[in-house]
Design a binder for this molecule. Structure first.
Ligand code: UD1
Ligand code: UDP
Length: 374
C-alpha cells in the first residue's frame, strides 16, 4: 500500500491561496492510504496566512517565512525560488500542487520545472489576456499553466481558455472552485459578531481593496467615491477590514478616517469574513476571491478594477465592473443604493463556481480517476 501512495506537496503563501488550498490539504489528508501529504507555506503573507491555517487546523511541514515589509516582486520570487528548491530536493514529491496567480505560485512552479517535478495547478485557466491587469497575476497564472502537468480549471470558461492555448485536452479537468468547498464549511445561520450588531439597523456595505495596480492614485479615487456616497446615505453603514499592506493602510486612513458610519478594522478571519459576506447588503472590492464567493450568496459586487478574469459572475448578473474612476464608482454605488430594481437584478443567488466538491474531484483525478471531473 505504501508504495502506491501519491507523495503530494502543496505549497502556498498568501491568504486567498490558503483559503482555497487548506480544504484540499484536509481532503488529501483524509485519504492516508492514497496520499502522503506534505504542506509547505512560503509565508509570503504572515499574519493573514496564519489566520487561515488556524481556521482550517493546518500545520505546515515547512515554513519558508519569507515575508518582508514592503516586499518587492524580486524579493518574493528570489526568496521562494531559492528556499523552495531545498524543500523539493529533500521531499522529491510525485506532484506539487500550487494555486492561482500569486508570485509564490509562479516561483514554486518554476522551481519544480527546473527540477523536473510535475505540477498541478489548482484554479487554472483564469484569464484577462492583459498582462498589465491584474498585474503581475495575469503573468503568474499564464506562466504556471505553461509548465504544469495537471490543469484543475474551476469552470468551463477557464477550461476553454486553456484549450484555446493548445493545452492537451487530457490534462485539463473541470473541478469547480475549491473556494466554494471552503465557503460551505464557514457560513453559519447562527453566526453573530459585535460589528454585525453595530450595523444591524442599517444596510451594511463590505469593502476590501489591495491590488498592486490600484496602489496610489486609483486607490485614493476609490476611497473618495466611497466616502462621498457614505456621507450622502445616513441609512448605510460600512465595514472595511483593511489589508495589511502599509500602502493600502495609508490610503484608507487618509481618505476614510472620521466617517463614523464606516469602520476600518483589522483583516477578518475567513470564517468571520464569509459570514459578514452572507449578511451584508453589497460589496465593493478589487479582490478576486470575493468575486467568486458573492454570487452564490446573492450579494451584488461592484468590482473596482478595469478587467476581470471571472466573467461567470458578470454573466450571472452579480458582479459589475466599475473601474477605478471616482465618478463612475460614485454613480454605480449610488445607483445600487437608490434603485431597488437595479439591486434586485444583481442580488439573485447564482453560483457558477461549483458544488463544493472540487477537492474530492482533484484527489480522484490525481489518483487516475479522470472520469470523475464534471
Ligand atoms: C498578494 C498577491 C496577490 C493576492 C494578494 C491577496 C503577489 C504578487 N500578490 O498581494 O496576487 O491577490 O496577495 O491578498 O503574489 N503584509 C503584512 N502581513 C500580511 C500580509 C501582508 O504585513 O499578513 C504586508 C507586508 O508589508 C507585505 C505587503 O503587505 O510586504 C504586501 O504583501 P504582498 O504579498 O507582497 O502583496 P499583496 O498585495 O498582499
Ligand atoms: N477575506 C478574509 N478576511 C478579510 C478579507 C477577505 O478572510 O478581511 C477572504 C475572502 O473571503 C476571500 C479572500 O480572503 O476568500 C480574498 O483574498 P484577497 O482579496 O486578499 O485576495 P484575492 O482573492 O484578490 O487574490
Amino acid at each position: 500500500m505504501e508504495a502506491n501512495r501519491t507523495r503530494a506537496l502543496l505549497v502556498f503563501g498568501t491568504r486567498p491561496e490558503a483559503i482555497k488550498m487548506c480544504p484540499l490539504v484536509n481532503e488529501l489528508k483524509s485519504r492516508p492510504q492514497e496520499f502522503e501529504t506534505r504542506v509547505c507555506v512560503t509565508g509570503q503573507h504572515r499574519e493573514m496566512l496564519d489566520q487561515v491555517l488556524r481556521v482550517f487546523d493546518v500545520v505546515p511541514d515547512y515554513d519558508l517565512n519569507i515575508m518582508k515589509q514592503g516586499q518587492t516582486l524580486f524579493d518574493i520570487t528570489c526568496a521562494v525560488l531559492q528556499s523552495f528548491k531545498n524543500v523539493l530536493e529533500e521531499e522529491r514529491p510525485d506532484i506539487v500542487l500550487v494555486h492561482g496567480d500569486t508570485t509564490t505560485s509562479f516561483a514554486a512552479a518554476l522551481a519544480c520545472f527546473y527540477l523536473h517535478i510535475p505540477v498541478g495547478h489548482v484554479e487554472a485557466g483564469l484569464r484577462t489576456h492583459n498582462l498589465q491587469s491584474p498585474w503581475p497575476e495575469e503573468f503568474n497564472r499564464q506562466a504556471v499553466d505553461a509548465v504544469c502537468e495537471y490543469h484543475f480549471a474551476p469552470t468551463e470558461t477557464s477550461a476553454q481558455n486553456l484549450l484555446n492555448e493548445g493545452k492537451p485536452a487530457n490534462r485539463v479537468f473541470i473541478t469547480g472552485n475549491t473556494g466554494i468547498d471552503a465557503l460551505k464549511t464557514t457560513v453559519r445561520d447562527d453566526y453573530d459578531h459585535e460589528a454585525l450588531e453595530w450595523a444591524h439597523d442599517s444596510r451594511l456595505i463590505l469593502i476590501t481593496a489591495h491590488r498592486r495596480e490600484n496602489l496610489g492614485e486609483p486607490m485614493h479615487r476609490m476611497f473618495r467615491a466611497i466616502r462621498r456616497v457614505m456621507d450622502e446615505h445616513p441609512d448605510v453603514k460600512a465595514i472595511y477590514p483593511v489589508h495589511m499592506n502599509p500602502l493600502v493602510r495609508e490610503a484608507a486612513h487618509a481618505e476614510l478616517d472620521g466617517c463614523n458610519r464606516l469602520r476600518l478594522i483589522e483583516p477578518l478571519e475567513a470564517l468571520d469574513f464569509h459570514n459578514f459576506l452572507a449578511r451584508c447588503y453589497l460589496v465593493l472590492t478589487d479582490s478576486g476571491g470575493i468575486q467568486e464567493e458573492a454570487p452564490g450568496l446573492g450579494k451584488p459586487v461592484l468590482v473596482m478594477r478595469d478587467t476581470t478574469e471571472r466573467p461567470e459572475g458578470i454573466k450571472a448578473g452579480t458582479l459589475r465592473l466599475v473601474g477605478t474612476d471616482e465618478d463612475a464608482i460614485y454613480q454605480s454605488f449610488n445607483d445600487l443604493l437608490n434603485n431597488d430594481d437595479v439591486y434586485g437584478e444583481m442580488a439573485r443567488a447564482n453560483n457558477p463556481y461549483g458544488d463544493g466538491h472540487a477537492c474530492s474531484r482533484i484527489a480522484e483525478i490525481l489518483r487516475g480517476n479522470h472520469e470523475l471531473a464534471f
